[in-house]
Design a protein around this ligand. Structure first.
Ligand code: AMP
Ligand code: GLY
Length: 422
């Protein structure tokens, strides 16, 4: 089998690593990939936004499956293009991808189908937004409607902060078209959890729960990032909570898709707040999380190809979906200056740990420069370990990480603290 993976992060390296374990897979291509993917696959110099380039390659090479990693090509409609040419592809079409591409689209579905979520209002006009904001109370959350690379969410403490935020989004257009409209919502308190389901449009399977760590500093301090580490399963998602999430989130969402005529195949990644009044949806993503993928795929025992094939054939309920009872943790090593101004170009050493037992090392921002693997992005690597307990997985991940070096590397030392300290 020939597989094409679209993307260039640690998530896509993890997908390539997982796919490679299936003996049916003979060739893997990653567009555009990174230095890590080039060691197990062939990188293609096609950017994720070059849909015509990706399609032209696929029409010629006829991959058995294409797996889309990031949200941008999904929202641009890469799946629709591939499906038109009868090229099997994993991910929702453009209509379905609005679940991530428009927070207001999602909120409307959640409200219409009574799926628990924060109370909110959506606006295009500044004065109406301001008067809603003033009535709602503080803190509150202001979100640009469209894709803003994780930066379009502001938690504001006062009306003057809200006014400044609304102005930035709606008037100054800090996020461009993504800020044509805003969502203002009540602040929810609790622990956050990521729950990923995979659906073929008729049924769904749930991957183990996970928890991401979005702030750059220990103890959840400092700026927001793309994610500094994750672990799975997350004990805050008890079996009872998972059952509630199935019943109140995923079951009605699948029904909503049917009623709305949305043909959704791919990943449903629910970002949830576990509040004292039950789990509520913060957001949906239309693809696997990064860094969650780096802990979820090592725990998935079923071949990812079997899962993807079943999604394509709409027979997901007919395959065995096996998940390991182990625990996994992944820790992101970031370039100096990340997330504001990452400094790149430093040589990385210690990459041999990738071959050690119960360990995987996934590259994100890395590049081969003069035959040396160097840093080339904000999040540089993620190091995953798995073991019988979360504590053991944690100890192993940090032990492995201590052998990897590059100048100015920084990482959080407390991934999993909520679960380990409770
Ligand atoms: P989102 O992209 O909508 O998930 O928002 C990014 C982050 O903002 C989330 O991971 C939460 O930490 C935070 N957030 C979003 N919405 C809310 C909310 N209603 N209440 C509290 N925190 C929120
Ligand atoms: N882990 C956050 C995300 O993938 O959006």
């Amino acid at each position: 089998m020939k597989i094409l993976i679209i993307g260039s992060g640690a998530r896509e390296h993890a997908i390539a690593w997982k796919v490679k374990q299936d003996p049916r897979v003979t060739q893997i291509f990653v567009a555009p990939g990174n230095a890590g993917t080039s060691s197990i696959a062939q990188n293609l110099p096609i950017p994720v936004t070059d849909l015509e380039g990706l399609l032209a390659w696929a029409k010629k090479e006829r991959p058995n499956f294409t797996i889309v990693g990031p949200e941008v090509p999904l929202c641009l409609g890469v799946v629709d293009l591939f499906e038109k040419e009868n090229l099997p592809i994993f991910g929702p079409n453009k209509q379905g991808a609005q679940l991530e591409g428009s927070k207001i689209f999602t909120k409307n579905i959640l409200v219409k189908y009574q799926i628990p979520t924060a109370l909110s209002g959506s606006f295009t006009e500044l004065d109406k937004a301001e008067s809603f904001s003033q009535q709602l109370g503080f803190p509150q959350v202001i979100k640009a409607d469209g894709l803003a690379a994780g930066k379009g969410v502001l938690i504001v403490q006062s009306f003057s902060e809200a006014q400044a935020g609304l102005r930035q989004i709606l008037v100054e257009r800090q996020f461009g078209e993504a800020g044509n409209s805003v969502l203002i919502e009540e602040f929810l308190d609790g622990q956050e959890a990521s729950i990923h389901a995979i659906t073929d449009g008729n049924s769904y399977r749930i991957l183990p729960s996970a928890q991401d760590h979005k702030r750059v500093g220990d103890g959840d301090t400092g700026l927001n990032t793309g994610g500094m580490g994750a672990y799975s399963p997350a004990p805050c998602v008890t079996p009872e909570i998972l059952e509630i999430v199935r019943r109140t989130v995923f079951d009605p969402l699948l029904l909503a898709f049917k009623k709305e005529g949305i043909d959704y195949r791919g990943v449903l990644y629910a970002g949830l707040m576990l509040t004292s009044k039950g789990p509520k949806v913060l957001e949906f993503n239309a693809r696997l999380g990064d860094p969650e993928t780096q802990v979820l795929l090592p725990l998935l025992e079923t071949s990812l190809i079997d899962v993807i094939e079943a999604v394509w054939k709409r027979s997901l309920d007919q395959i065995e979906f096996k998940v390991s009872p182990q625990h996994a943790m992944t820790v992101v090593m970031a370039a100096p200056g990340y997330p504001e101004n990452p400094i790149t170009g430093g040589e990385i050493t210690g990459l041999e740990i990738a071959g050690k037992p119960n360990t995987a090392l996934f590259h994100a921002g890395t590049k081969l420069i003069n035959n040396k693997i160097s840093t080339a992005g904000g999040r540089v690597l993620t190091i995953t370990a798995w073991a019988e307990s979360l504590q053991q997985a944690r100890d192993l991940a940090y032990e492995r990480l201590s052998l990897v070096t590059f100048e100015g590397a920084h990482y959080r030392r407390d991934i999993g603290y909520r679960a380990l300290n409770s």
